[in-house]
Write a protein that binds this ligand. Sequence first.
Ligand code: S3P
Length: 436
Amino acid sequence: MIRTDADPVTFVAPAVSLRGAVAVPGDKSISHRAVLIGSICEGETVVRGFGRSEDTESTVRAMRALGADIEDDGADTLRIRGVGLRGLRPPDGPIDCGNAGTLVRLVAGILAGQPWQQFELVGDESLSARPMGRIAEPLTQMGAGVETADGHLPLGIEGRPLHGIDYELPVASAQVKSCVLLAGLYADGETVVREPMPTRDHTERMLRAAGARLKTSPGRVAVQPAERLELGEVVVPGDISSAAPLILAATLLPGSELIVTGVGVNPTRTGFVDVLERMGARISVFNRRTVAGEPVADLEIAHAELVATEIEPAEVPRLVDELPLFVLAASMAHGDSRVRGAAELRAKETDRIAAVVTGLRSVGAHVTETKDGFRIRGVPTRPRGGRIGSEGDHRIAMLAAVCGLASRDGVQIEGAESVAISFPGFFDLLDSLAQR
Ligand code: S3P
């Protein structure tokens, strides 16, 4: 791999195989939640295995600005002295959420419950283009004062006494579900969220661990108003979304043998592993255990030939962030694949349907865009290689890197530094595993 940080283009050379044993950074979704919920707990919350990244640092900065005392204790431990459910105070200026959709949508639910306090949330260009009406609508129904700029940031929130609602999510979104559940802690009665398809349930698990009363049944979560929360300790598992590019690279490259230890295998997050296995991948999941209420395991991945598959709408939330990688896998499989019901990808850090198609076509893959997904013609040989623009999107930059390893000529990545949004050491780790 040839890299010069001064050069805006990063070149990822082809690799023969991927070999070694690694751990990946702490789960981003769980790390955000640990800081957000720890900040409204009583007493000290210790977060171990915190996944440090640009996104999660935005959450730490935001909660500090709102009054939580958050101390760094070594590389991946945080000590949070929470202010209690109603102790957050507006900082002098707006709260900058950077690139982090999870931060803005979840913190909005908490701020809605801080009576008569006014807050303003802003973000970077990408976050400012993402839909916020999806949280403004239920929070307004609950009684909060919410203003958006035509459904976008900046978001103005006035906390008010909230009412419990029974809310059916119009889109399958864990961020919107979590926003409503967090606001529900402050409501005057039960709050119910119904979801069309199961989405990640980290908020439910962590709130329960903190003492909140939640009832879950398929497609429905109900939360009761809370008096006080107390977490104590959160141990964050490795991020399966950060392991995913490594899992795919090891699957695609002959002779690969890769072990990834301590990865979160919450069933709402393991869709990518399940789909790859259906395509013929050789992935063993072993040492299963439960850590701080989340399932964790070690993974062993060996090279395998892949066959095409179809991804239906109901499966999408379980691998929503890994769909770009799936499209690369399918483009190197035997047969034609398809993804349906993934229109949500257009509302991510960038329009990921357009970005994946442009990027993979420019390296020689046969991928077509549909309104809500992809059609992929599999060609079970290495793609040619070429140049891929990340469009400032960390998941597209990681897709481009895997593509470089699996290509004939390598891939030049524009904007590769965006990997730091979720996985700052990504390129160094890849370098240490790639055999050339
Ligand atoms: C996340 C939920 C998903 C996912 C995002 C993280 C979360 O977003 O894409 O990366 O932490 O709740 P949506 O809820 O918008 O689908």
